[in-house]
Design a protein around this ligand. Structure first.
Ligand code: URP
Ligand code: ZN
Ligand code: ZN
Length: 463
């Protein structure tokens, strides 16, 4: 009996090893790894000589089809996962929002419906908790038992998503016991609200004031508070979308003390800065997301944090809104600009290009940041996040030399601009396989809406 597919002669890369090998696939799983695997009867042979073979990317922070800021993010589960696939991401974890008065189960059911029949790659959900009565603690325990093992809490957006410290503490105590993981949006929402109101009163309404009213100290203070609450609760905590050195320092200090805190950053904070607001008219709205862009010097601190394991994960926080009609809702008032930016497609290339091609860290570290650690932290490992016999054959054949200039003219996301317009990356996915099926071959999409499966996850484990 032969294999379904053999990928021949690629440089296989995991978080720990790089070696030349064939990788054989049967029934969607990696069946064998070794040199000179028998090719007879293989239905498909993919020549990967001169290319890397990576485990599929795992993006643990996306917002597809999400109502927010008076509109809905412009990619749904079909267009968003398709764009993700073009960029080498084969698994994503999106967010199911519990609105006030709803149960967590209702939130999950709503988001399951959004994804079913649409996702082209595998997916799961974190549950956003905005209303935490005692009943929701029982629900958290039940969801963890059912494989929804992470939750997002907000220390920002008062009146919308923000939770008070007591509720945050209760949720952390629950995950400390049930094995789940809290993802924290760490910004001091109360203080920011006061600064925002003052800016509006002074007539400061342009997009750049979104950034200027959210100081790095507000992010650092909330990060430190989240860590302190987690320590008191005896729980790990994962800080999402970290944008600045001030917050990074809080994570580094705690990790040095042995506290199980983890930090995530996103390509926008590594490539863009407050200088992006120096554009004519309302164009700056393209860069309105939260936390905001910072002064340029923070970028190198974040890259260094990734290199030295002060930060563990790169996600995208993909939350696209079209410039026309959606971002424009805030033309006269930056607080009405829907917060979020598009990036689901470019994470792997941006991190390879800036991280590996520019000599900041190894190719193994790149794989660890975009695939292996996300899989471990969020209960998907070793099914996802590595190349090993028995793992899902989610694989990316990656050309380390192929150059590409990012542009809205060529990207696959359903949004009318690119945050990374004109940036040239070195390193691009050539072919992408999801559970053994080729879903992308260079510029061609071969996947099918609805072929992505919902993933039940294990509880958190230390990476
Ligand atoms: O601006 C952002 N980041 N929008 C998405 C929601 C969030 O806070 O992650
Ligand atoms: Zn957030
Ligand atoms: Zn987000």
């Amino acid at each position: 009996m032969g294999f379904d597919t053999i990928i021949t002669n690629g440089r296989v890369v995991t978080a720990t090893d790089t070696y030349t090998s064939d990788v054989a696939i049967t029934e969607g799983k990696i069946a064998a790894i070794g040199q000179g695997l028998p090719r007879d009867n293989a239905r498909k042979i993919i020549d990967a000589a001169g290319k890397y073979v990576f485990p599929g990317g795992i993006d643990v922070h996306t917002h597809l089809d999400m109502p927010f800021g008076g509109t809905t993010s412009s990619d749904d589960f079909e267009t968003g996962t398709r764009a993700a696939a073009f960029g080498g991401t084969t698994t994503l974890i999106d967010f199911a929002i519990q609105y006030k008065g709803q149960t967590l189960r209702e939130a999950l059911d709503n988001w399951m419906k959004k994804a079913e029949g649409k996702a082209v790659c595998d997916y799961s959900f974190h549950c956003i908790i905005t209303d935490l009565a005692d009943a929701q603690i029982d629900e958290m325990n039940a969801l963890v038992r059912e494989g929804v093992t992470s939750f997002k809490l907000f220390m920002a957006y008062p009146g919308v998503f923000m939770l008070d410290d007591a509720s945050i503490f209760k949720a952390l105590r629950a995950t400390g016991q049930n094995g789940g993981l809290v993802c924290m949006h760490a910004e001091n929402g109360g203080a920011i609200d006061v600064i925002v109101r003052q800016a509006l009163a002074e007539g400061k309404k342009a997009p750049k004031y979104h950034a200027l009213t959210r100081p790095t100290t507000a992010e650092a203070e909330a990060t430190a508070r989240a860590i302190a609450l987690a320590e008191m609760a005896g729980s790990p905590v994962y800080i999402v979308h970290m944008s600045c050195n001030d917050a990074l320092e809080k994570v580094r200090e705690a990790r040095d003390r042995g506290v199980p805190v983890y930090g995530e950053t996103c390509p926008q904070y590594l490539y863009l800065s407050i200088e992006n607001f120096d554009v004519p008219g309302f164009e700056g709205a393209k860069y309105v997301f939260t936390p905001p862009l910072r002064e340029k010097w923070h970028q190198e601190k974040l890259w260094n944090g990734l290199k030295r394991d002060h930060l563990q994960v790169v996600s995208t926080d993909h939350c696209p809104f079209c410039f026309k009609e959606q971002k424009e809702l805030g033309r006269d008032d930056f607080t009405k600009i829907p917060n979020g930016g598009p990036g689901i497609e470019h994470r792997m290339s941006l991190i390879y290009s800036g991280g590996v091609a520019q000599g900041r860290f190894s190719v193994n570290r790149c794989v660890e940041l975009v695939s292996t650690t996300p899989a471990k932290l969020f209960g998907l490992y070793p099914r996802k996040g590595t190349i090993a016999t028995g793992s899902d054959a989610d694989l990316v054949i990656f050309d380390p030399e192929r150059k590409h200039t990012i542009s809205a003219k060529t990207h696959h996301m359903r949004v009318d601009y690119s945050m990374f317009e004109g940036i040239e990356v070195r390193g691009m996915p050539d072919q992408v396989l999801s559970r053994g099926r080729m879903i992308v071959d260079r510029d061609e999409f071969l996947g099918r809406a609805g072929s992505g499966e919902f993933l039940r996850r294990s509880t958190y484990s230390q990476p």
